[in-house]
Design a protein around this ligand. Structure first.
Ligand SMILES: Nc1ncnc2c1ncn2[C@@H]1O[C@H](COP(=O)(O)OP(=O)(O)OP(=O)(O)O)[C@@H](O)[C@H]1O
Length: 224
């Protein structure tokens, strides 16, 4: 299987208020189609790691590869392009623009990328809504749909540029068990049917147990 994301000897220090070695020699690979969860006690460094892997934090030691290319020393503009084109994000809170329609929200990252016409983007966005069984919500405002529906819209938005990997920080943290299960099944289907890689930080043990692999962190290290 081809490697989508690789972390090699990642170390991170927070310098204030006192020097703190927060991530300690992190090494792992994510292959195409991998559905991986990251677990660990509060404060062990999960969000800090995800911030680095998602290229938002560049203040670290070590190397990060995306699709076998070293991206560690890329410029801010290059990283911004990579984030938009190759990485989809799903957070605990969906960050949809409430006054925009569902369709417009899903189209936004593709408009920002600027590689396709309006019609093509609209067509792609409708297709993503269809995959998530929410085509009927396209014209509704984001403020007029339920929490579970919002999270599915956020997933459709994360998929719009056909990323190599989806990263999630507690994507089901704000959902009841029914909607949480829905989101899990969507992720599972995307990894199995479309070969999408997923890397999900979660506190939800039931969710993590059903993924293909659990990375467990303790005190800034991967312990299993
Ligand atoms: N900007 C910062 N400056 C200094 N220390 C920080 C900073 N951000 C986080 N930390 C510390 O780094 C450690 C790791 O934080 P991080 O948010 O990555 O943990 P986490 O595993 O995601 O926790 P949680 O599950 O509660 O979200 C914690 O001890 C936290 O207090």
């Amino acid at each position: 299987m081809s490697t989508v994301l690789q972390a090699k000897h990642i170390n991170k220090y927070f310098k204030k208020p006192v020097l703190f070695h927060v991530l300690k020699d992190i090494n792992f690979k994510i292959s195409k189609g991998d559905f991986t969860s990251i677990m660990g006690k509060s404060g062990c460094g999960k969000s800090t790691l995800l911030y680095i892997l998602s290229t938002m934090d560049t203040d670290y030691e070590g190397e990060l590869y995306l699709n076998n290319k070293l991206i560690t020393n890329n410029s801010k503009d290059q990283l911004s392009y990579i984030r938009n084109k190759h990485i989809g994000f799903v957070f605990q809170f969906h960050y949809l623009l409430s006054e925009f329609s569902v369709l417009e929200n899903v189209m936004l990252p593709a408009k920002k990328l600027g590689e396709k016409s309006f019609q093509e983007i609209e067509h792609d966005a409708m297709q993503k809504l269809h995959i998530l069984n929410i085509d009927h919500l396209a014209k509704k405002r984001a403020s007029q749909i339920s929490g579970g529906e919002k999270q599915r819209v956020a997933i459709a938005r994360a998929l719009i540029n056909n990323p190599s990997i989806i990263m999630g920080d507690e994507p089901t943290g704000n959902l009841d068990s029914h909607n949480s299960n829905n989101v899990f099944n969507i992720f599972k289907r995307l990894s199995e049917e479309q070969g999408l890689s997923l890397l999900i930080v979660t506190h939800d043990e039931d969710f993590a147990k059903r993924t293909n692999r659990i990375i467990t962190m303790e005190d800034g290290k991967i312990i299993s």
